[in-house]
Structures are given as structure tokens and as C-alpha cells.
Design a protein around this ligand. Sequence first.
Ligand SMILES: [Zn+2]
Length: 210
Amino acid sequence: MSLREQLCAYGRRAVELGLVIGTSGNLSVREGDRVSVTPSGVALDRLTPESCPVVDLDGHLLEGDAQPSSETPMHLAIYRTTDARAVVHTHSVFGAVVATTKTELPPIHYNALMLGGVVKVAEYATYGTDELAASVRAALEGKRAALMANHGGVTIGATLEEAFEATRLLEWLCEVYVRALGVGEPAVLTDAQLAAVVERALNPPEFPRR
Ligand SMILES: [Zn+2]
């Protein structure tokens, strides 16, 4: 599957899973110094490969007639400063709830380690601006996910599949957190408990054969 075909496939999946509504949300994938990105103003389940523009890392249009997503400056800022090869941005419900009410998503489940532990909420700035790109980049430092105040969430990965799965995990963690807050005070895992999880993952038990 070409990179632009991947954008179409994961765009459809994002709509199916209810991670985006209307023409919100955008995805991109990088190969060398070329970034294929979803176009502006098109619902993610209505993309065609040809409708997805290709830009360079400075935002110059290289291929395609459509305008790149308005959030392209954020995607490019992430590519210029991390080793990410794909970026997924959505307005998923529980991510938006946490990003509207909290300053971070604490590690209430050990799977948060897959996103880098605590997920920070990037300071609010108008969509599409360099200010928003800068605040998201800062929140992403050393992480695979960030929430965006009063907006949504963003995840990165070595592939589009990885970035997309990180978005699903981020939304799941946010949903667990929000639902837990409705029941009581969620317990937050300690640094020692998280370190023990890493230790366990690095040294899985061996099951001897009979
Ligand atoms: Zn957005």
C-alpha cells in the first residue's frame, strides 16, 4: 500500500471508530523529506490517494491540487524535531474531555508506558498556528502522545499504523480515566510500580517445556 493509500485507509478507520467528526482530524506520513498529508476540508472517510497533497519539511507543496490540512505546520514541526515518521491528530471525545479539564493524563494504567508515561496537555493556541505547533512539540518531548487543551490529541509513530494505534490507546486511557473519575479518585501508578512494569517487560518469564 502506498503512503497516500495508507492515509485513506486509516482516515476511514478514524471515522469508523468515531475518533473524528465532520472534516476534523488529520494524518500524515513521512518518507525522506517528503510528507504526504490529508487535505484541508475533506472528511477523512472521503479521501482518495490523489487528493492527499505531498509537501516538503518547510511546507512547500510538491504534489497534488488540494490544500494540505490546516494543521500541517504542527505535523511538520514534529517531523523537524523528532524521529516520527507518522502523525495522527484527532478530536476524539475522551481525549478532548481530559484536554479541556486537566493539565495532564496521569499514568492510571501501565499501558500508559507505551505513550511515554504521563501525557501532557499542550497549552491552548489557535488551530493551525505556529504557536500551537510549538506548544504541541514541547508537550511531546520524549513522548509518543500529547493532548491539546480545548482541542484534541496527537500521537506519533515509526509508521502510520503505530501512530494510529497510539491514538486508539490514548483515547482508551482517557476514557478509563474519565470514567474512573466518575466513580472515585483514580489511583495513579508510582514511579516504582512503572519501573517494575518495564523490568517485567524486559525480562518475560520462561515457561519450561515438559
Ligand atoms: Zn484539530
